[in-house]
Design a protein around this ligand. Sequence first.
Ligand SMILES: [Zn+2]
Length: 54
Amino acid sequence: MKLFCPECKNNINVDDPSEIEEGSIIECNTCGVTLEVTSINGERVDLEVIDEGK
Ligand SMILES: [Zn+2]
């Protein structure tokens, strides 16, 4: 599973991929934005920025 931050385009490390599902809230560890998982299609995970952080 590969997650890319739509804000900074960096790869996001996921400690436990089994916890990633539609509606999951994760944080980009590079730029700090809060992201919601909007859809999952196999290896492709779409993320939406819901909080731009600081
Ligand atoms: Zn980011």
